[in-house]
Design a binder for this molecule. Structure first.
Ligand SMILES: Cc1ncc(COP(=O)(O)O)c(C=O)c1O
Length: 404
């Protein structure tokens, strides 16, 4: 087997904000014989997964599964609902919003891209003003990245929905939840989202390779009129075949086994507990960053991300050289600075299959790396995080909860 890890003992710490650590339970589920994807057992698998996904997206509507990375689900959201030359409203919250915008350009959409500082989320007041200005109702969709994985900033989706409602604008609302689903509270139906885009490799604790569109009734109606070319990404054919438990193409059978197990794990822990765990680890991480005397990239506490923290490197210190040192010495991967943040930011992923001691080890690796690289800092980061973990109460393990 290809040797990916040159360290002789212990586990690699994969603390990038996705792909995340895959639980052994999920790996074991994936490691089952591939079955006939047109056979009776497969239909049962499909029905159970589609049922579980409804809980996770918090929707009663259909969720379409693609054997694709998140980028495929971005494309599916656009090509199923829009027509060439349609105007869409997007926000420059960071690298991923910029990439989604570039895709919209390539597909022949006309993007109004509201500039941003890569440290803030979407401003609901700007959404309202932009839509109110659009008297002719030319915007066909408002597109928001819920959790900007490049910056650790979470936009307030419910507040954006309220802004759209106040303007009375009929545009579709599409949200990328690739690094928030199953980590940060997200409610497709309640928040009136028309298309939710998601991926397997973050909060869902799976390897990369699956992605999703949750689809509202309004989006389904729009898909009947939409004229962007589409074939593989068509929702209607998949939704129709899913009713029988099958797919119009060969599905990623073994990843679906993993998804089935991941849904079981999320149900056992309970979604609210999953969200609370992420918030608690995020707060402990921010306390560590402040304890080191460094800054979190996200400006607004109401937009702090539960799934990752982007840390600003002091001037004159290269974040990538720091990351390389941490990998070489401690076998831990931290997230790189993306796009315009290259070299100036590193990202700590604290999402997915993760617990208090994994967080402690992660923060120790960062603190030791800062010392080795002689990055000016105080030695108070890990101590501050430990104090917070203690004061906020270590949650009972699921085994203890079951026994209680
Ligand atoms: C918020 C966000 N959107 C989109 C993507 C693109 O997804 P993928 O790399 O799975 O194609 C990512 C990937 O990390 C992401 O974090």
């Amino acid at each position: 087997m290809l040797k990916l890890d040159s360290h002789p003992s212990g586990r690699h710490f994969l603390q990038i904000p996705g792909p995340t650590n895959v639980p052994d339970r999920v790996l074991r589920a994936i490691d089952q014989p591939t079955i006939d994807h047109r056979g009776p057992e497969f239909a049962r698998l499909t029905f159970e997964i589609l049922d579980g996904l409804k809980d996770i997206f918090q929707t009663a509507g259909p969720v379409v599964i693609y054997p694709a990375s998140g980028t495929g689900a971005w494309e599916a959201a656009l090509v199923n609902t829009l027509s060439p030359g349609d105007r869409v409203l997007m926000f420059e919250t960071g690298h991923f919003a910029t990439l989604w915008r570039a895709m919209a350009d390539k597909l022949g959409l006309v993007v109004d891209f509201v500039p941003g500082d890569w440290r803030s989320g979407v401003d609901p007041a700007v959404v309202e003003a932009k839509l109110a200005e659009d008297k002719a109702r030319t915007y066909k969709a408002v597109l928001v990245v819920h959790n900007e994985t490049s910056t650790g900033v979470t936009s307030r989706v419910a507040a954006v929905r309220q802004a759209i409602d106040r303007s009375g604008h009929p545009a579709l609302f599409m949200v990328d939840t690739i690094s928030s689903l199953a980590s940060i509270d997200y409610r497709h139906d309640e928040w009136g989202v028309d298309v939710t885009v998601a991926g397997s490799q973050k909060g869902l604790m799976l390897p990369p390779g699956l992605s999703f569109n949750a689809v509202s009734t309004k989006a389904l109606a729009a898909s009947k009129q939409a004229r962007l070319p589409r074939s593989y990404w068509r929702w209607d054919e998949t939704i129709a075949m899913n009713r029988q438990g099958y797919f119009p193409f060969t599905p990623a059978t073994n990843l679906l086994y993993g998804l089935h197990e991941a849904i079981a794990m999320l149900r056992e822990e309970g979604l609210q507990a999953v969200f609370a765990r992420h918030q608690r680890h995020a707060e402990a991480t921010r306390r560590a960053v402040r304890g080191w005397g460094l800054d979190v990239l996200c400006r607004n506490p109401a937009e702090f991300s539960g799934s990752l923290t982007a840390v600003m490197m002091p001037d004159g210190h290269d974040a990538d050289a720091f990351r390389r040192e941490v990998l070489a010495r401690y076998d831990m991967s931290l997230g790189t600075g993306l796009g315009r943040l290259a070299g100036s930011v590193f990202r700590i992923g604290h999402l997915g299959f993760f617990n208090d001691l994994m967080l402690c080890a992660t923060l120790c690796g960062v603190e030791m790396g800062l010392a080795v690289r002689e990055v000016p800092h105080r030695k108070n980061g890990v101590a501050a995080a430990l104090a917070y973990l203690e004061e906020s109460g270590t949650p009972a393990s699921s085994a203890q909860r079951r026994a209680a």
